[in-house]
Ligand binder design. Structure first.
Ligand code: SAM
Length: 187
């Protein structure tokens, strides 16, 4: 099993590459890896998980979810699973564009493959340094409709309201969703 990571921005891909290569100054993901080991509860040393993740992350590619071939060419073989986090709603001007972007990334997934989507509900902007970036505000029903329109069967959808303590002013998000969906089998 190996992993392909993607991002639109070269600076983000370069930062991830520095972490994969273990270069000094790269963002330290170890507290997150330690937390995952803790909640998995298998007693796996976090250093082993980090090493395995670095070994398996073989490629870091540019992506544009607004293209029917988001990677610029079809992926061979197509992926068994796809994870997208706080991306599609943050880069789509409206709900129709969100659905199209979802269909585009679905082209990277094999029939029957699994998608895990995390995203923002009811968000219209977020701040990235001095930039105020627009987001298409989604309701849970928009996520359900988009997945169905893009040919996915919904396996699980959970939504959480943003607690007041996490409303820090860097965005106007109301909540977050976690969706697990499966791409239809062809034929
Ligand atoms: C709100 S950030 C989310 C980052 C990260 N996935 C997370 O969960 O924190 C949105 C991401 O979408 C990327 N992005 C911007 N335009 C894009 C596009 N057209 N296609 C794919 N990704 C894009 C940005 O570079 C950025 O990494």
């Amino acid at each position: 099993m190996w992993i392909v990571a993607t991002d639109f921005l070269a600076v983000n891909r370069e930062e991830l590459g520095r972490w994969v290569r273990g270069e000094p100054g790269a963002f330290d993901w170890s507290p997150f890896i330690q937390h995952v080991c803790k909640i998995e509860g298998r007693g796996e040393p976090w250093q082993d998980k980090q090493r395995r993740l670095r070994q398996r992350l073989r490629r870091i590619l540019p992506i544009d979810v607004h293209l029917p071939d988001p990677l610029g060419a079809p992926l061979h073989p197509r992926a068994d699973a796809l994870l997208s986090s706080f991306c599609l709603e943050a880069v789509s001007p409206d709900r129709a564009s969100f659905v199209r972007a979802l269909s585009h990334i679905s082209n990277l997934l094999r029939p029957g493959g699994h998608a895990v989507l995390l995203g923002a509900l009811g968000e219209s902007f977020y701040l990235a340094g001095p930039a105020r970036l627009p987001v298409v505000p989604l309701q849970e029903s928009d996520v359900r409709d988009a997945l169905a329109a893009a040919g996915f069967s919904l396996r699980e959808l959970r939504s959480y309201a943003m607690p007041p303590a996490l409303r820090t002013g860097v965005d106007d998000v109301d909540g977050v969703f976690f969706a697990h969906a499966q791409k239809a089998l062809e034929g």
